[in-house]
Design a protein around this ligand. Structure first.
Ligand code: SF4
Length: 241
């Protein structure tokens, strides 16, 4: 097992080459061999609710022993600080660019849904009659890649910005958690750029639209690298060793 490998991965276990060295994956396989089924399983939820109740009992007992009044909470100062960090994050140009990217590609997929369906159908027909079609596989793969990173880039950028703006991180040692999150976002951006490049070769008639998307991603990549100059050098356990 590689310690902490799961901290800065993209959670795409299906595509990960380190599943046999990842404790999170091993644990999930052991505890949730069929997560979908388990999620629906009443026993699963009953067990979880037992754990919740036991945990609450423990918290209440500990609080009483330590003389802590759980109702005595002064959150005003903390709330103001959190609001400022959240506001700074939301208004940062990297956050805005990544949010815009989500909107732009959602609109693009919506606009070309007929074209995509037509293309997919033609490619499927080819494979049905035994014509080996690399383009079909490629199209499937690139849509999967774009979809996987579509939201993750924004989430990881916001996490990195949040860490950067959070006062607590001023004291943090290098390597910074924010750089780790940003590195995952940058890798997702790189892969998305590559996927859109391939998309362009499959749909040359969509050149203007896809170039706009690529410009958006490239701008995002540049701004993010400028804002987090050390992120690319962050060493992720396993992946960068
Ligand atoms: S390191 Fe790989 S196997 Fe482990 S959680 Fe991340 S993507 Fe999944």
């Amino acid at each position: 097992m590689i310690s902490g490998i799961y901290n800065y991965c993209d959670r795409w276990c299906e595509r990960c080459s380190f599943t046999n060295r990842c404790a999170t994956f091993a644990l999930e396989q052991e505890q949730f061999p069929d997560p979908e089924k388990d999620m629906k399983n009443e026993v699963f939820w009953d067990k979880l609710s037992e754990v919740f109740e036991l945990t609450m009992e423990m918290i209440l007992e500990d609080a009483e022993d330590l003389g802590i009044d759980l109702d005595d909470i002064d959150t005003e100062e903390f709330d103001i600080a959190r609001e400022n960090v959240a506001e700074l994050t939301k208004n940062h140009h990297c956050s805005k660019l990544s949010q815009e990217y989500i909107s732009i590609i959602t609109a693009w997929f919506d606009d070309v849904k007929d074209l995509l369906a037509h293309k997919t159908e033609a490619l499927e027909n080819n494979s049905r009659i035994g014509i080996e079609d690399d383009e079909a596989k490629e199209l499937h793969d690139i849509i999967e890649i774009i979809s996987w990173y579509k939201y993750q880039i924004h989430v990881k950028i916001n996490r990195g910005l949040h860490g950067k703006f959070d006062d607590m991180e001023e004291d943090a040692d290098f390597p910074k958690d924010s750089d780790g999150s940003i590195k995952v976002a940058l890798i997702g951006t790189d892969r998305s750029i590559a996927a859109w490049g391939k998309m362009l070769s499959i749909f040359p008639e969509q050149e203007d639209e896809i170039l706009d998307i690529l410009v958006q991603l490239e701008r995002l990549r540049r701004y993010t690298e400028k804002e987090f100059p050390e992120a690319r050098d962050f060493k992720r356990a396993g992946f960068d060793e």
